[in-house]
Design a protein around this ligand. Structure first.
Ligand SMILES: [Zn+2]
Length: 423
């Protein structure tokens, strides 16, 4: 058989396969669209299979629609947005006021934790969060790999997952802590130090399925239990170089100014938390193009778990300080990712972080940008985060105007992922 004949046969097979796959098409008609950047009144969106194939004023689109005939979905009173992208989740954790973090890591079977994660995934998706960057299983080994596969294969409903697997910590720096020195307790992430072990650990996590390498640039291991840097700057550079060879970014948990400085100069792409950032540190982040994922809701939740009666008692120092440093980051023009560290608080309640971002000084429209187009860009998801022709059809319709009143993101009426309506 000649190459020409072979090509011809392949074409026939492809055409046949194509014709038997039913095309699915929706024309979505909300009151307005937030396209990831701006609000547009009276626009409609055409979805064919898993893609957005047209966006704009109704007239211009209906003309272009011959075949297949789309199912019309009216979304009266609704705003249609790109599916939200949660920037910092832990699907393998549940709120610490239910079970402490230590007890989750040490006492809960991985089968139990996975069962919970399956439920968390569905709750997240149905709240309109069609993608999550899940930053570490916290002791549940590589179980996020299987969870991600189960979602991809349509076995269970859930968001697209960008996963970090185990995350990396410097030996002795992380937790659980406080046990007899004679026993070795499981850790919430993988310990590794120095040139060869770090290279091997990064590559092993990549090999098992990590999309992103998460490191802890500091942790509460100071003499007084304060956050202090962990990895040396050369170690961070080494992990970044190793991960980058495979096209993967490194991101860092960093709360202290020095931990943040090392993570920035070491080449990390986003910093998580950043509570003790200073104007100098935020200026450096801006200069190097490093984004901040502020996790405001986590600090707010933990402070309440420790006894603060929010709304009744005055704001404790930790909260006041977080407001101050978040404002400094905004003033410095640092790119702000949306990510709440959800898992510390209830999965599906991801909107809590959006509300807090507004409460701490961001405009609702900027928060919506952060949770869609900004996170997509920062997380290298080129086909997500915007309602634009050619983009993947991950969409959420909410009743009301979240660009005016952010809490309206909670009024979810419709979730579409990959062009499929989620139930
Ligand atoms: Zn976290």
């Amino acid at each position: 058989m000649s190459l020409h004949q072979l090509n011809r046969i392949i074409w026939v097979i492809l055409l046949t396969a194509h014709s038997v796959v039913a095309q699915k098409s929706y024309l979505l008609r909300p009151d307005r669209i937030f396209d990831g950047q701006e609000i547009h009144e009276n626009w409609v969106v055409l979805v064919v299979n898993d893609k957005i194939t047209a966006v704009g004023e109704a007239k211009s689109i209906v003309v272009a629609t011959a075949s297949p005939k789309p199912e019309i979905i009216d979304l009266k009173g609704c705003t249609l947005l790109p599916g939200f992208i949660e920037g910092h989740s832990h699907l393998f954790l549940h709120p610490y006021n239910e079970t402490t973090w230590d007890d989750q890591v040490l006492k809960e079977a991985r089968s139990l934790r996975t069962s919970r994660a399956v439920v968390h995934a569905k709750k997240t998706l149905m709240a309109g969060f069609t993608t999550v960057r899940d930053l570490g299983t916290e002791g549940a080994e590589f179980d996020d790999v299987g969870l991600k596969q189960a979602i991809q294969q349509g076995i269970i409903p859930g968001p697209r997952m960008i996963i970090a697997t185990k995350a990396l910590i410097a030996t002795g720096s992380y937790a659980p802590k406080g046990f007899s020195t004679d026993v070795t307790v499981p850790q919430g992430a993988e310990e590794a130090d120095g040139r060869d072990p770090l290279i091997r650990a990064v590559r092993n996590q990549i090999g098992k399925g990590a999309d992103v390498i998460k490191i802890y640039a500091d942790y509460r291991w100071g003499l007084m239990g304060e956050a202090r840097p962990t990895f040396l700057i050369d170690e961070i550079k080494l992990m970044v170089e190793t991960a980058q060879s495979s096209g993967r970014p490194v991101i860092a948990h960093a709360g202290s100014a020095e931990g943040m400085r090392r993570a920035i100069l070491g080449g990390c792409e986003t910093l998580e938390h950043g509570d003790a950032g200073t104007p100098e540190i935020f200026a450096l982040m801006k200069e190097k193009g490093v984004a901040l994922c502020p996790t405001l809701a986590a600090g707010d939740a933990i402070t309440q778990y420790r006894g603060w009666k929010k709304g009744i008692e005055p704001e404790p120092e930790r909260i006041k300080n977080k407001r101050k440093t978040f404002k400094e980051a905004l003033d410095a023009g640092v790119t702000i990712c949306f990510g709440g560290d959800v898992g510390v608080f209830t999965h599906g309640d991801n909107a809590r972080e959006m509300e807090m971002m507004v409460d701490y000084g961001m405009k609702p429209l900027d928060v919506l940008r952060s949770a869609t187009s900004v996170n997509a860009r920062v997380f290298h998801q080129e086909q997500l985060g915007q309602i634009k022709t050619g983009f993947l059809a991950d969409l959420v319709a909410v009743e009301g105007r979240p660009d005016v009143r952010i809490s309206d993101v909670r009024n979810v009426k419709l979730v579409i992922k990959n062009g499929e309506i989620q139930h």
